[in-house]
Write a protein that binds this ligand. Structure first.
Ligand code: IMP
Length: 447
C-alpha cells in the first residue's frame, strides 16, 4: 500500500518540511491536506533555502505531482507569489494540482482574524493573522468561497454578495470598520482565477487513481497534533485538522491506502502563540535551546517558546494518529547540555498523570515530572549513522522510543538533506519492549 503520512507530533514547526522533502524523492505525489499560509516549511537543498507556506514540499522535485487538497484554505495572492518565486529560481509549478473544493481565504477573513484577536485582549490566541480561523469558520457556516467558484464569475459574485452582506454588517456595526467592496474583491479574485485555472482539478479522484495504480503518495501535514481543532489544546489551536483524520477529510481518500504514518517531533519542544506548555523553560535553558535551534517562526518571525521534551504529549500524538514511526529532529541542538530533562508525567493536586489529561485545567496547572538523562558534548551535526552517535545520544533516542511506544525511524541532526540518520529503513517494525511509561509500577523520580 503506497500511502505515507508525515504530520506534526507537537505544536508545529517540528521540521516536517525537511522530512517531507527527504522522503519525496521516492514519491510520485506529495499532497497537502490541511492549514493554509499560517504554515511555514523550510527546505534546505544544497546551499539553497526555500521557505514554503502553501506549496507542498515536493515541489522541488520535477518528477512529483504536488497537490493542494480540499482541506487546505488558500490565499490566492500568496500562492501565486510563491509560484512566481519558485519559477524565478528555476522550479516549475506546472505539475501543481489544486482541489476545486478547497476554500479561499478572502480579504475580510484577515480583517476578522485581526479584530477577533484584538477583541480577546489578554485572552488572545496569538494567531498568525493570516485569516485562517475565519476562513474555516465560514466553511463550517456554509458561507465559504471555494476554488471552483473562481471558474464561474457569476456564481463567485453571487456568493460574495451574500457573504459580504453579513460580513459588512458586522464590520461596520460591531467594529466600526469600513465595509469591503464586492467589485474590488471580484476584480482581484478574477485576476487570480485566470492564472490558477489550469491547476484546478478533482484531486480526490486524481489521488485515488494514483494510489490504485500503485503510485507512491505522501500526505504532508501542516501545524501539529496539539494545534488540532479537536485533539489539541483548545482554544489555543488552529482551526483545521493537522492530525490523521485531516488526511481523509482534507483529501477525499480513505484509510485503506495508508502504510506509514510518521510523526515528526523535535528532540525538545517549541510552541508559538499562547496556550499551556508544561515543559516550557522561561530561563537560560530555554534561551539556549532557542538560540541553538534558531527558533523563530518561518511565517511570522516570532520567537518560539522552548522547553524540554514531553513524552506524555508524544505518546498522545502516537495514539491519536496511530503513528508507525517518529522522525526525531534537531537532536544536534541538545549537544551543549550536560543533563537533559524529559517529562514523563504531570503532577496535579497530589496525583500523577501519565496520559495527556482530557481536562484542560489539569494541563494548564500541572507541574511536569522529569527524568534526567546524561547529555553529550560532541557535535553530532555531521553524524550519518546511529552507531556513530555518542552513547548518551543513543540512550536519549531509545528513551524516546520507549516513552512514545513508537520506533524512531529517522533522526535529523541539521537542516541539510545530508544531515540525516535513517535508523529504520523498513519504518514500521514494532519495538520489542513495551512502552516504558505504561508500567504500573512507574515511579516518578524525585525532583
Ligand atoms: P492560526 O492558525 O493563525 O489561527 O493560529 C492559531 C494558533 O496556531 C496560534 O497559536 C499560532 O501560533 C499557531 N500556529 C498556526 N500555524 C502554525 C505553524 O505552522 N506552526 C506553529 N504554530 C502555528
Amino acid at each position: 500500500m503506497p500511502g505515507t503520512v508525515i504530520l506534526g507530533a507537537q505544536w508545529g514547526d517540528e521540521g516536517k518540511g525537511k522530512i517531507t522533502d527527504l522522503m519525496a524523492d521516492r514519491m510520485d505525489f506529495v499532497v497537502r491536506y490541511a492549514g493554509g499560509n499560517n504554515a511555514g516549511h523550510t527546505v534546505v537543498c544544497g546551499e539553497d533555502e526555500f521557505k514554503l507556506h502553501l506549496m507542498p514540499s515536493g515541489i522541488l522535485y520535477p518528477h512529483i505531482t504536488t497537490v493542494i487538497g480540499n482541506g487546505v484554505v488558500i490565499t490566492p495572492k500568496v500562492l501565486l507569489e510563491e509560484m512566481d518565486g519558485l519559477h524565478q529560481r528555476g522550479i516549475s509549478c506546472g505539475k501543481l494540482r489544486i482541489s476545486c473544493n478547497a476554500h479561499l481565504v478572502m480579504p475580510y477573513h484577515l480583517a476578522f482574524d485581526h479584530l477577533g484577536e484584538l477583541s480577546l485582549g489578554n485572552a488572545k490566541l496569538g494567531t498568525t493573522h493570516r485569516g485562517i480561523g475565519p476562513a474555516y469558520a465560514d466553511k463550517a457556516d456554509r458561507l465559504g468561497m471555494r476554488v471552483q467558484d473562481l471558474l464561474d464569475e457569476k456564481i463567485f459574485k453571487a456568493k460574495l454578495e451574500v457573504a459580504l452582506e453579513r460580513k459588512n454588517a458586522i464590520l461596520t456595526k460591531a467594529f466600526d470598520q469600513e465595509p469591503f467592496s464586492v467589485d474590488e474583491i471580484l476584480a482581484e479574485y478574477m485576476g487570480y482565477a485566470e492564472r490558477l485555472a489550469p491547476h484546478i482539478d478533482d484531486t480526490s479522484l486524481l489521488i485515488a487513481r494514483a494510489l490504485d495504480d500503485g503510485k507512491k503518495v505522501l500526505f504532508e501535514g501542516a501545524q501539529g497534533t496539539l494545534l488540532d481543532l479537536d485533539h489539541g489544546t483548545y482554544p489555543f489551536v488552529t482551526s483545521s485538522s493537522p492530525t490523521i483524520g485531516g488526511v481523509f477529510s482534507g483529501t477525499g481518500v480513505g484509510p485503506k491506502y495508508l502504510e506509514n504514518i510518521i510523526g515528526v517531533a523535535k528532540a525538545y519542544v517549541t510552541r508559538v502563540g499562547y496556550g499551556p506548555f508544561p515543559t516550557e523553560q522561561e530561563n537560560e535553558c530555554g534561551e539556549l535551546l532557542g538560540a541553538r535551534g534558531v527558533e523563530f517562526g518561518t511565517t511570522t518571525g516570532r520567537k518560539r517558546r522552548c522547553g524540554w521534551l514531553d513524552l506524555v504529549l508524544l505518546r498522545y500524538a502516537a495514539r491519536v494518529n496511530s503513528l508507525t514511526g517518529i522522525a526525531l529532529t534537531k537532536l544536534d541542538v541538545l549537544s551543549e547540555f550536560e543533563r537533559l530533562k524529559v517529562c514523563v508525567g504531570y503532577s496535579y493536586q497530589g496525583k500523577i498523570y501519565h496520559e495527556f489529561p482530557p481536562h484542560q485545567t489539569i494541563f494548564h496547572k500541572c507541574e511536569p515530572e522529569y527524568l534526567e538523562l546524561a547529555g553529550w558534548s560532541e557535535d553530532i551535526s555531521g553524524v550519518t549513522e546511529r552507531a556513530d552517535l555518542p552513547e548518551a545520544a543513543v540512550r536519549y533516542v531509545e528513551f524516546v522510543e520507549q516513552g512514545a511506544g513508537v520506533p524512531v525511524v529517522l533522526i535529523s541532526v541539521g537542516p541539510k538533506r545530508t544531515q540525516t540518520i535513517i535508523t529504520r529503513e523498513e519504518y514500521i517494525e514494532p519495538i520489542e519492549e513495551g512502552p516504558y511509561l505504561y508500567r504500573e509500577d512507574f515511579d516518578p523520580p524525585a525532583k
